[in-house]
Design a protein around this ligand. Sequence first.
Ligand SMILES: Cc1cc2nc3c(=O)[nH]c(=O)nc-3n(C[C@H](O)[C@H](O)[C@H](O)COP(=O)(O)O)c2cc1C
Length: 317
Amino acid sequence: MVEFSLLTEEDQTFTSQDLLGNYWVMYFYPKAGTSGCTLEAQQFNELFEQFDGHVIGVSPDSTKSLSSFKEKHGLKFTLLSDPNKELAQALEIVKNGKLIRSTFIVDPWGRIRREWINVKVDGHAQEVFEVYRKIREEDFSINPSILQRRAFRGLRSDPIEDEKLLRLIEAAHLAPSCSNKQPWRFIVVRTKENLEKLHEALSGGNYWMKYAPALIIVHTKDEFDCQLSDERNYALFDTGLAVGFLLVQATQMGLVAHPVAGYDPIKVKTLFGIDGRVITLVAVGKWGRFEQLSEKHLELEKSPRNRVELSQVVKLV
Ligand SMILES: Cc1cc2nc3c(=O)[nH]c(=O)nc-3n(C[C@H](O)[C@H](O)[C@H](O)COP(=O)(O)O)c2cc1C
């Protein structure tokens, strides 16, 4: 949403900042009191509670005429006056000097999520409500890539482009860290020679990683991050966050990214000249080849996700 500051029908200032943190419907109409604008206002008014009160009407009318329009029709929501159509222009809904009847759904981050330009009034508020409800429902569901992600082992050996591998690192690098120390370090192993070298360090149970076209060595050092009281050394924590981001990004890109602890860290460090801690290796590849898997792993590949009850890991106090 563009930044703005306008007056309400009560001559109070209302700014774009007031929209943040909630879902809003902002609808623009040409002139208070005309039949179309009255019907539209009444229909939004009827749905006021369903919108959790987060409806706002904007028009070029003066605050005075907005005040009498609101009173006359018992409107529950705030009306904003945009006398010079500055906000309307910024939203590109002014044509030949006239405001085009339009509606926007704005999310808690101030992003416009849906727009209707050149609105037909009757039934419009109901249609907006259906979309508003759907957007909220989708936003409140678990992120689809988090839901889809699994520690899959059935990897195809098809190479993955460097561009995609680097996109995973980019996502990891957007993780938060203590004082923004960014302690994570990655070595993306994807040439045949280097992969074979790394295979020597894998534990027997991680034989399936030999089919991965890329293995990412994740390493860090305590000195790279905050070292606070009570042994709170944040390098491992922050590097773990980064790996979490990497896994979610990979899933979104249709790739498996599977972190493991089953390897000889000393061997990895020696082979790749790493100083510090090798905290995980992440196998990356496309899913869909299962012939190489042991019976146990094949079964796991198709098994439902296994988690203890949520109540065992959380307390609401
Ligand atoms: C730190 C860590 C170490 C892991 N080590 C191994 C491993 O050595 N070999 C393996 O096959 N899977 C390994 N996994 C995968 C876990 O077994 C898997 O994430 C867990 O069973 C939950 O399954 P899900 O990821 O499909 O939800 C590891 C996962 C993590 C986070």
